[in-house]
Design a protein around this ligand. Structure first.
Ligand code: ARG
Length: 575
């Protein structure tokens, strides 16, 4: 239990003893002013209203019924009936010690672990990954790490697009080049250009277009030569993705790839089962599912098409097959989709159909963790100067280069190899953090200057805060780990309580899939540390105080490192 949950339980019980109903909510909030203690309970007013009681009177009764003597030294009634809770410094110290001495910061493992499938990244393999895949990839990855950290069984699924009509033209183009073997591997090293060339031929050469169409048919019919060529293409394209994942410090591997094509065999069965469930309607030759809850502006139902009139299957059909695979084979309790907000109708239709068709259990949690678009400075979707898509790999290389320029300027004395390594870590971190720290549901503006700044809620700021603490330890030398952690000054207490609130941030992130909550937490923690550091000298203090403060610094470093690690961001010992 984290502190908020602990207080919630205790105050709720006191409210119930004072006459409130069992479903009462204590509404525990972190205080934002030290003089109000560390937590507030705001639920008394609501409860009093229901009981038709004077809220201050109820508050007094709650305080009488509330036993917090083990953890708090003062609970006061404030304003119309708020409770301000002042936690005991000795109890806080004890909790800090527990965190210092455990490898997971004393964060509790979840009591009932779930099997959580996380669908993220999902690029289309016909082209190279572009900036549109950045958000899904890094937000999804952070959630994988967070859920794993608290003990859930997490199964990442990379639902890559590896099937469909574009592949016909790519294979036809590949086939023509294959005679000159070297040429082929060279051409495929830039998939984006390869795609453009194939498309150009497709549009300009009628014969080529014909061959390309024939390739699609052969591929779908399982022609062995065609499949071989296709497999080669997919392998190379996946290799490109893996380069990006590695550079991004993202956990995805080939084992997590469950491509669209893997569901091909199940698609006719999906249609048959939907028909048996009475969900199919034929509309202009196509097989559709009409559900009341999805209506357009004109109040007409928006159908989900699951089979075209020519027999072909669609994106939705594959997603339905994927859902039941995740439920039946992976035994998912919860399935999270980190997918662009523009696919929200599609996913919500798929979820609703899957429930109606019993492809998943009624209680299976299906959640679209939607995100907005990454915009350029001009307020339009991020693109190259001439409006083209930006390859993700190019964006990451630019980030590293910009960070390198910065390091050269700030720290010219480091040797070149170290400057390169620092630049790599900082550049990638800056891009990731800029994204992770924004509310995922809104669009956000991509801005090199703010993300690489050492001030504000940025990766360089946090990485620097961490490196700074490490430098304190290099200067301090050995210190006594058995020293008593004594919280005396206000900034010490402020830092202490913040350190103990990591589990509360994690609780929210794990429920809502919102890494920005963890980012905010780390930013505030670094801020509290800076305030403490300026107000409370460490190395110049007397031995006992020095050791106590070093312990606070140690736990701050440990918490920053753990938190950044949960976001998939690396720390540096010096920078
Ligand atoms: N390939 C899709 C795209 O690029 C994303 C896949 C998302 N996952 C899913 N199960 N539909 O838009």
């Amino acid at each position: 239990m984290n502190i908020r949950q602990l207080l919630d339980q205790r105050v709720s019980n006191a409210l119930i003893s004072a006459g409130a109903s069992k479903d009462v909510s204590a509404v525990i909030k972190q205080s934002n002013k030290a003089q109000f203690g560390q937590y507030q309970a705001n639920g008394v007013m609501g409860a009093a209203k229901k009981l038709k009681m004077n809220p201050r009177q109820l508050a007094t009764q709650v305080v009488d019924a509330l036993d917090l003597s083990d953890i708090a030294d003062k609970v006061e009634v404030a304003g119309p009936g708020f409770l301000n809770i002042h936690l005991k410094p000795e109890w806080l110290s004890q909790q800090l010690e527990l965190a210092l001495n455990s490898d997971k910061l004393n964060i509790e493992q979840i009591k009932q672990p779930q099997t959580v499938v996380i669908d993220y990244s999902g690029p289309n393999l016909a082209k190279e990954m572009h900036v549109g895949h950045l958000r899904s990839t890094i937000i999804g990855d952070a959630i994988v790490r967070v859920l794993r950290f608290i003990g859930h069984r997490v199964i990442p699924q990379n639902h890559v697009g590896d099937w469909g009509t574009q592949f016909g033209m790519l294979l036809a183009h590949m086939n023509d080049l294959q005679s000159v073997d070297n040429e082929l591997s060279m051409q495929l090293s830039d998939l984006e250009a390869f795609y453009r060339d194939a498309k150009k031929r497709f549009d300009a050469e009628p014969d080529f277009a014909k061959t390309a169409r024939a390739y699609v048919v052969k591929l779908q019919a399982g022609d062995p030569n065609c499949l071989l060529l296709w497999q080669q293409f997919i392998d190379i394209s996946l290799q490109h993705c893996e380069d990006v994942y590695q550079r991004l410090n993202v956990l995805l591997t080939r084992n997590d790839v469950m491509p669209e094509s893997a569901y091909n065999d199940d698609l006719p069965q999906v249609i048959a089962d939907l028909r048996d469930a009475g969900l199919l309607t034929e509309d202009q030759g196509a097989q559709c599912v009409f559900l009341e809850e999805f209506k357009g502006k004109d109040n007409k139902i928006l159908p989900a098409i699951v089979q075209k009139s020519n027999g072909g299957y669609l994106y939705a059909t594959t997603d339905l097959a994927a859902l039941r695979y995740r439920y039946n084979k992976l035994h998912a309790d919860r399935i999270l989709y980190f997918v662009d907000a523009r696919q929200s109708l599609h996913l919500n239709q798929v979820f609703a159909i899957a429930k109606k068709a019993h492809f998943v259990a009624p209680e299976t949690q299906l959640e679209h963790m939607a995100f907005g678009t990454m915009m350029g400075k001009n307020g339009k979707p991020f693109a190259t100067r001439d409006g083209g898509t930006v390859k993700l790999i190019d964006l990451l290389k630019e980030a590293e280069q910009r960070a390198f320029d910065l390091v050269n300027e700030k720290n010219p004395d480091l040797d070149e190899a170290e400057r390169k390594a620092v630049a790599q870590t900082v550049g990638i971190a800056a891009v990731k953090y800029a994204d992770l720290s924004k509310n995922r549901s809104s669009d956000y503006i991509f801005n090199w200057d703010t993300m690489l700044s050492f001030e504000g809620n940025t990766a360089p700021y946090l990485q620097y805060a961490y490196a700074r603490i490490q430098s304190i330890f290099r200067k301090a030398g050995e210190f006594d780990h058995n020293a008593i952690l004594n919280l005396i000054e206000t900034p010490e207490k402020q830092l202490a309580i913040k350190l103990l609130q990591l589990p509360e941030a994690i609780e929210i992130v794990s429920k809502d899939g919102t890494p920005n909550i963890l980012c905010n937490y780390l930013f505030e923690l670094a801020g509290n540390f800076m305030t403490f550091y300026e107000a409370c000298p460490i190395l110049k203090a007397d031995k006992e105080i020095k050791n106590s403060r070093l312990k606070l610094a140690k736990l701050t470093a440990k918490t920053l490192k753990t938190g950044l690690d949960l976001l998939g961001i690396k720390t540096l010992e010096r920078m």
